[in-house]
Design a protein around this ligand. Structure first.
Ligand code: GZL
Length: 320
């Protein structure tokens, strides 16, 4: 009798852990994932979308995919629609950090597990999602700042920095800014004389850099939160008759192909990598969650940094 009860208890626990959401929950092996993507704002995003879509196909996961065009209300609508469709698991990259608790509670009430990928949310209730798979953006900002402090260690003159921030309110913008500021605070000669969002896009990066150049005659350094804004800024710098990488040193984050090419060509001085290839790990984590297996609440992606010499060597083997 005791044995039969204990088997029943284990079965019940396993079922509960599976978050028997609306779908088969991996019960018959099939998995349907609802994925809400930020948009298509940058080379990084394009590579990330490809990684998720290719990995779903390879993993035999049925993917319902939506592009939010960088609007939070579109992501909330998409998540609600996935809940109505009773998908087995929801994954999304939150365009901004705040404002997710209500819709994530709806997913939790519907017993559909949620995985955060790429960007984080600032919800205090961490039971609203199973894990956050993505980079450590503060560390990316620190790496950019550390390189700059080292590059100017023998200079005693003030170093005037302009900063192109990512999307306002997004985790990468908030955290990269914080990590960079932490490092350059170590030497008072570093001054951020202008800082504004370029929304992670090339066009906006060019537009804001043109404005920076008009109002700041002696810019020494540009720190751009992604390659795309840096590439737009390069067009503005050349349009102003200055030499990118020489008159104005440029540090960016991502390491997408176009950024690495500019780095190899000497127009960018240093790139901190931020890997978009999150698809395989996302599918693996989703399968584990639906099988009721324990997964870590935080999965940090591996990434490195590139100098101009390293970019020349790495270019031919870059996947994105
Ligand atoms: C970072 C990602 C950022 C990239 C940008 O993980 O969210 O968004 O750095 C992209 O290129 O637009």
């Amino acid at each position: 009798m005791l044995k039969r009860i204990s088997v029943l208890v284990v079965a019940a626990l396993t079922l509960a852990a599976c978050g028997s959401g609306g779908g088969s929950g991996g019960g018959d092996g099939s998995i349907t994932m609802g994925f809400s993507q930020v948009g298509a704002e940058s080379g990084w995003r394009t590579a990330n979308t490809k990684s998720v879509q290719d990995s779903a196909k390879k993993a035999g996961v049925t993917l319902k995919f939506s592009d939010a065009q960088q609007k939070q209300e579109n992501q909330i609508k998409a998540i609600r629609s996935y809940i109505q469709q009773k998908v087995d698991v929801i994954a999304f990259s939150p365009v901004v950090e705040s404002g997710w608790d209500t819709v994530l509670k709806e997913a939790k009430d519907a017993k559909i597990p949620v995985i955060l990928t790429d960007r984080a949310v600032d919800s205090k209730d961490t039971s609203l999602y199973r894990t956050f798979l993505g980079s450590d953006f503060v560390e990316e900002g620190r790496k950019a700042g550390k390189w700059l402090v080292d590059a100017f260690k023998s200079s005693t003159d003030p170093v005037n920095i302009v900063e192109l921030q990512g999307t306002t309110g997004s985790a990468p913008a908030n955290d990269r800014k914080a990590g960079f500021a932490e490092e350059i605070a170590k030497d008072p000669k570093f001054k951020v004389i202008a800082s504004q969002t370029g929304d992670f896009t090339r066009a906006k990066g060019k537009e804001v850099m043109e404005a920076f150049l008009k109002s700041n005659p002696d810019i020494d350094v540009l720190f751009a939160h992604n390659d795309d804004m840096g590439l737009g800024a390069i067009e503005a710098i050349e349009g102003a008759g200055k030499v990118p990488g020489k008159d104005i040193q440029i540090i960016t984050i991502d390491a997408v192909k176009d950024g690495m090419q500019a780095l190899a060509d000497g127009k960018i001085n240093y790139i901190v990598e931020c890997s978009p290839l999150l698809g395989p790990q996302l599918m693996d984590l989703a399968k584990k969650v639906l099988k009721g297996e324990q997964i870590p609440t935080r999965v940090v992606t591996e990434e490195t940094t590139f100098t101009q010499e390293q970019a020349k060597a790495a270019l031919s083997s870059r996947q994105y």
